[in-house]
Design a protein around this ligand. Sequence first.
Ligand SMILES: [Zn+2]
Length: 415
Amino acid sequence: MEEEVTQLRCFREYHKSELFKDDGVETVTSVEQKKVEGTIQQVLSAYLQNHKIPQPELLRDQHCAYLKRGLRHLSDAYECLDASRPWLCYWILHSLELLDKPVPTSISSDVCQFLARCQCPTGGFAGGPGQQAHLAPTYAAVNALCIIGTEEAYSVIDRQKLLEFLYSVKQPDGSFVMHVGGEVDVRSAYCAASVASLTNIITSTLFAGTPGWIVSCQNWEGGLGGVPGLEAHGGYTFCGMAAMVILGKEDMLDLRTLLRWVASRQMRFEGGFQGRCNKLVDGCYSLWQAGLLPLLHRALYKEGELALSQASWMFEQQALQEYILLCCQNPAGGLLDKPGKSRDFYHTCYCLSGLSVAQHFGGRDVHLELVIGKDDNRLEPTHPVYNICPEKVTQAITWFQQQAVPMPREPASTS
Ligand SMILES: [Zn+2]
């Protein structure tokens, strides 16, 4: 039994030596950091008291029930996400595909009809029926439809109009605004590159100047900020890196400083990731940060880097799995930021996505699995760029490649 106990990183004796030390300088953030570590220590010791042989379990049935309920009914707490409804479809459908629980045809057909109502006459998708087209729900809607993967789902997307919408948000410097009249940031470049590549509407001018603009978001820390000059942040860094991979320009980024920055964002005691330097651990960065490592691995491999591991990503895969399984699950289903926070569909999606990244190493030729806890904890793999299951990406790309790229009709102001 002793041996079993020591198998988990967080129950090994040396783990306590990873606790934060403030070197006698107390600050607002150092107090917060110690508080989080204290809560995690309590969670871990309560787990040990209740489990003689620690073998963390993914609460598969509870998560599935919570997710399926969300497709039909949302509580009042979701009122604030009224402009993010395609996101809810994507977060739930992707979580369910990771759990290998496809939704019944009748429900997926209802989702297709709902997303069709979110599509705008000017192209692109809005956060809800009758709202304004916006790149974020456009990304979510296209991903959700590709997960459903039926002819009905693919046919919802008006590719000609989608291309017109993308041109309407494209800026002369290569960046994109999130919506007409809206803000520029690196999320928009990723959302645009993601939907355009999945649906085969990339023209020779659509992403002109975009890689150069994304590179200008990489700062001295090594990660990317939302726009040039801002602090490096996990979500923006993932978006920038994934967009560069789609555009085949990842070598324009300084990959080694990016690697150093992201590897340093995994918390030594908690095992999960922080979004920015000096911030607290949060379950959703299990995808935004850990998800960068497969992209970096491939990019460095393409550059001919010989020192790359052929067995693991460049982060502690075991530690991340332990954090998600022991600290981020609500016993009634759904996953969360950190102990003490409430569950939601966003954190459920990105905790599960990060767990999948930590379980599966490799790609087409090599595939190694490291599943912590029960065997049944295994999730399906996720595509490192689109964050939907890889076969759904292949299926969508194959489908849309049978159709010609629409002719660009650029708005007069940018032509
Ligand atoms: Zn979060």
